[in-house]
Design a binder for this molecule. Sequence first.
Ligand code: 5GP
Length: 186
Amino acid sequence: MAPTKREPLLVVLSGPGGVGKGVLAEKLVTRDKNLALSQSWTTRIRRSDEDPEAYKFVNRQEFLDHQNHKGFIEWNEFLGELYGTPVPDASAAHDILLEIDVAGGNQIKENYVDALLIFVDAPSVEEQRRRLLERGDTQERAEERIIEGERERIEAESLGYLKIINDDLEEAIKRIQEVISEKRAI
Ligand code: 5GP
């Protein structure tokens, strides 16, 4: 008998700005052909060094229209900008990696009980600040993200996120791959 096709697994990767979620997400999907990165929509302006495909960059009206047509499975406002995850293709042959904030992950968990929630953190706030400034955030923006990160850290803990410290990149990737494999085996 042919194996029953299971629903795609949703893997949520959350964490404060500057902890290296983007690099982790990219490496995870490159190395795992059964995992594809969801492209979020945002009203935020693209950073000059940012991949044009990092998001679907839209204006506020386009975002709200899509939202009204039930085009998002979750969305949130972060530092004044809107971010949303488009409805995934239920017939997709691969699992889906979402790089979204903790509140978004919580909305996902409410609708997809099997989703895997992972909170990636920097080894320290000093290291987080260094990474944010290095990637081009202004001092003010970096401090905002640090404060927001502190709030998210507490929220993630209360929501039962699995915490992974991104100190050594390869170690962090290995650990995430392990938990994904465990979840797929269930
Ligand atoms: P950034 O501006 O640094 O790219 O993203 C700001 C925050 O929004 C990050 O915590 C990022 O994970 C989160 N984010 C990105 N896409 C989405 C999304 O589709 N939904 C939600 N809820 N958060 C998102």
